[in-house]
Design a protein around this ligand. Structure first.
Ligand SMILES: [Zn+2]
Length: 310
């Protein structure tokens, strides 16, 4: 799914960051309302999804180098009783192929449902078009058709952090953030789903960590998932910072509380620099040149400063 980074690559990136940037915490960002008082080359490290490997590799290294970080978690998967939808889909596709995925699609959409060719079409094409209830029907069908025991598989795989590890992260001083309860495409949520996916996750993570959850990372990272209703709900429910992952540079006068993030993959200093410093600025210029208020899925309800790319 392109969401992983090897520990050696991460260590190289973090060493580069501590040499040439000033790592800051969410508190530093929140305390600085207009971006003018943050130190030069301020950089905030974040992790999405709460894979167990962040406890084995990432958190210890951040602690050792004194780098603050936010860990955005989905409470439904803590302690490994269930598999996140993305991991379940990938597992079934890898083991049984796309025919089983498409059979589950037909359970939801009937015989005229789309024929999906690859995983990208499931996450970027199919998921955004179905409701939360339809996604659950799809996932249940996937489990039934593939004959897996989800609980046993989740336990064996041990993919995600445990509640105890969340406590440890919080006690190290790391920030715990909201990433929805079950990792959903937010554009498919109706206002009546916000309580289940946003508020429930916030409350669960606060109960586990003993700390306030005050930031939100949009699953899949697209501004198209920030509908007007979602934006209002995040504000009303105490989320003071909202993070996207479109790899576009944040300007100092960006419309807060929205921040974009850069996903990192490079394992060499020169390409890493290009990835986090150069390309995001080019994307910002490109967006400025080609910006459009073209409606798209979230329409004109998209937060200020974010535009749909042609
Ligand atoms: Zn995620």
């Amino acid at each position: 799914m392109g969401v992983r980074i090897a520990p050696r690559t991460f260590a190289a990136a973090l060493n580069f960051v501590t040499r040439y940037y000033t790592p800051v915490s969410l508190q530093d960002v929140l305390a600085d309302s207009d971006g003018r008082n943050l130190p030069p080359r301020a950089l905030l490290v974040t992790f999405d999804d709460g894979y167990a490997s962040v406890m084995e590799s990432a958190a210890p290294l951040c602690a050792k180098l004194g780098v603050p970080a936010i860990f955005f978690l989905n409470a439904a998967f803590l302690d490994n009783y269930r598999l996140a939808p993305d991991n379940l889909v990938c597992y079934v596709a890898n083991v049984l192929g796309m025919k089983t995925i498409n059979a589950a699609v037909r359970v939801v959409k009937g015989a005229d449902g789309p024929r999906l060719q690859c995983l990208g079409e499931v996450f970027a094409g199919f998921f955004p078009t179905i409701s939360l209830a339809e996604r659950q029907v799809f996932l249940d069908a996937l489990v039934r058709l593939s004959g897996i025991n989800e609980r046993q598989l989740a336990e064996e795989a041990g993919l995600y952090v445990t509640s105890r590890q969340v406590c440890e992260l919080a006690s190290f001083g790391f920030e715990i953030g909201n990433h929805t309860y079950t990792h959903v495409r937010c554009r498919s949520l109706k206002p009546e789903n916000f309580d289940d996916e946003v508020d429930r996750n916030k409350a669960s993570l606060e109960a586990v960590s003993g700390r306030k959850v005050r930031s939100f990372s949009v699953p899949y990272g697209s501004s198209a998932d920030l509908t007007g209703d979602m934006v209002r709900h995040l504000g009303l429910s105490g989320h003071q910072a909202v993070f996207l992952s479109q790899s576009v540079a944040n300007s100092r006068d960006a419309k807060r509380p929205y921040f974009d993030r850069v996903s990192i993959r490079s394992d060499r200093d020169d390409t890493f620099f290009f990835e986090i410093e150069v390309l995001p600025r080019f994307r910002r210029i490109r967006n400025w040149l080609f910006r459009t208020r073209d409606d798209g899925p979230a329409g004109d309800k998209r937060p200020p400063g974010h535009f749909r790319l042609r």
